[in-house]
Design a protein around this ligand. Sequence first.
Ligand code: BGC
Length: 363
Amino acid sequence: MRKLLATTALAAVALMALSGCSTRTDTTGGSTAAAGFPADSVIGVALPSKTSENWVLAGGLFEDGLKTAGFKGDVQYAGASTTVKDQQDQISAMVTNGAKVIIIGAADGGQLGTQVKAAKDAGATVIAYDRLILNTPDVDYYVAYDNFKVGELQGQALLDGLASRKAAGPYNIELFSGSSDDANSAVFFNGAMSILQPKIDDGTLVVASGQTDIKQTATAGWKAENAQSRMDSLLTSTYGDKALDGVLSPNDTLARAIITSVKAAGKPIPIVTGQDSEVESVKSIMAGEQYSTINKDTRLLVAQAIKMAQALQKGEAVDVNDTKSYDNGVKIVPAYLLPPVIVTKANAAEAYANDPKLSPLTK
Ligand code: BGC
């Protein structure tokens, strides 16, 4: 998905080089909002269930930020059990309520085609937030942290952590990935494997279970209990008399579940990666348990999404800085990508210096 090298991509690169800057406005089409709309319009925000802290934070930030911007915000979460149907119904209701922009953190990126088509038919602009919406022409923009980069940073952190414990390999590792209904999961995994695969190939890393396929490493629903039970099984099947040196975990919730499993088995905690800078994981990193996380400041991502809505309201062009990476199966979705930051105990104080919630944890 990331590596789409076609003439369009080359043209986009050439255009960016010509313009001499990395941020440019969208000229690739997709937006129908050139005319703008009333400043107090409804802006819908459909978020998935609260599988990680970032989603919990996003809801409140959207409520406040949309209000401050003068919009009528309609912020909804999909429930935990009927996530997909909930979200489909919520988006349909936003369309009926006349939302001019619908910002969607997809519960299942492959199952919103009907709803986003209805949104477009009604004249709304659709923005995919954090997770791409797949297999539909009816998504106008994507705003997210650079997901491939997240994976690369996780892969590199795993290598760095392993080297900090033991100067040379081979190191025994296991791989975990996210939920297969989230388009991000494969991008995170592919980013990480772009760093790890060469080290698996040269024998520095050994995936002792042999489970390297994303189908084997996936964690349904991003649920902690699923990661924990897979780790339990791996420990039993593979690590009876073997040391487990490291685990690639795609996020913090799963990292803590993996650590819980290892502790329960009475084994030393391996190098475990993460993502999201969740409070409990930052504490764990400072206590020397989880090795790394990723800072994807939700405040900045929500602010960028609201900025897009404001540009659309005024009938101005929307800022994008990537027009080649996110092919959703039907089109390349113009994206604004923010840079993720790797965090370990060594740079936590610096990384969270501007975060009043996390900064005190690093003191
Ligand atoms: C987000 C991650 C999050 C995961 C589970 C992903 O789509 O990008 O930040 O950890 O969903 O909620």
